[in-house]
Design a protein. Structure first.
Length: 131
């Protein structure tokens, strides 16, 4: 069973926020709790937010920059169908699908866990208008 966090939970909101937001919250909780409790209790109260800050920072560090995404999209848009189809097929196989090329209304037939899906992946506008 895969663990799923509610979309608007505090954890999910902080994971989408910059890492330093969680770090500021952790620091504020630590210093506020330190006024009333021993340091160990203050650390324990701030620890979940410090962990969230580290996880969000790791996620943001590994995310591609907007420039890199734009470059990759431009390269994909410049590809012909003959260049793009093998990349798409490889991606589906990497995700665990059995891929079979079909002709007609669909481009690929995907099978995974006894489920069959048909995929049409050609650009409609390019095929219809010749753009």
């Amino acid at each position: 069973m895969k663990f799923k966090v509610a979309e608007n939970s505090l954890f999910a909101v902080l994971m989408r926020s910059p890492w330093w937001v969680s770090a500021l919250i952790a620091g504020a909780i630590f210093f506020a709790m330190r006024q009333f409790f021993a340091d160990m209790f203050a650390i324990a109260g701030a620890l979940p937010f410090a962990v969230i800050s580290a996880a969000a920072g790791w996620k943001q560090l590994r995310a591609p920059s907007a420039k890199k995404v734009a470059e990759r999209l431009a390269a994909l848009r410049a590809m012909s169908w003959e260049e793009f189809a093998p990349l798409l097929e490889t991606g589906f196989k990497r995700d665990g699908y059995q891929v079979k090329r079909v002709s007609g209304t669909a481009d690929f037939e995907l099978e995974k866990d006894w489920r069959l899906s048909l995929v049409l992946a050609k650009r409609w506008k390019a095929n219809v208008t010749g753009v």
